[in-house]
Design a protein around this ligand. Structure first.
Ligand code: HEM
Length: 155
């Protein structure tokens, strides 16, 4: 299941279903300059901070060639190169997703069952590359998600 885990991790990087999250600042805080020569920024108490998960996941600074689907980013050898807090499909900290492990487990079980019984295929309705819907608060493909299932011949 090691490779399955890498594939799902990479899928959640390229297509984080919750593409942003937020935090309420409870105490004024000065963020240091992001780069030399830039100014610091003070986040005032009561400000809502929007954290753009999708943007971090597609930033070439953190994920070279970000549009490439490459599960090897999450291999045992490479995964320690991921900069902390740049991979946030389930958020982070005390309010991170409580369903994190459950969601990963059920996704893997679903994929195993599907692959055991079917060959997954494109259909004429499958849009490749996927076009992301501009409507809604979750990342979803425009026009729905279409995939063909061909029954596997069991010997
Ligand atoms: C692939 C599936 C899922 C993804 C990508 C996902 C993603 C997220 C994200 C990004 C957050 C915000 C975390 C933060 O701001 O730090 C969140 C919160 C949450 N998620 Fe999920 N989630 C998934 C599945 C689930 C499932 C299956 C459950 C329940 C069984 C669940 C329950 C929750 C709850 C209750 C919160 C709010 C936690 C809090 O505010 O303390 N999620 N999720």
């Amino acid at each position: 299941m090691t490779y399955m885990d890498m594939v799902i991790s990479e899928t959640l990087r390229k297509y984080p279903p919750m593409f942003f999250t937020d935090r309420l600042c409870t105490k004024s805080y000065e963020l240091p300059p992001s780069q030399p020569g830039y100014k610091s920024v003070t986040v005032e108490s009561n400000s809502v901070m929007m954290i753009f998960i999708y943007g971090l996941h597609r930033d070439p600074k953190y994920y070279p060639n970000p549009d490439k689907f490459d599960p090897e980013r999450f291999s045992e050898e490479n995964k320690d190169n991921i900069v902390p807090y740049t991979y946030l499909p389930f958020g982070h900290g005390p309010r991170k997703c409580i369903g994190n492990r459950f969601a990963l487990m059920e996704t893997k079980i679903l994929v195993v069952h599907l692959l055991q019984k079917f060959i997954l295929k494109r259909t004429e309705k499958t849009v490749e590359p996927v076009v992301i819907d501009k409507i809604g608060f979750n990342l979803q493909p425009k026009g729905g998600f279409w995939i063909g299932l061909e029954k596997r011949e069991m010997s």
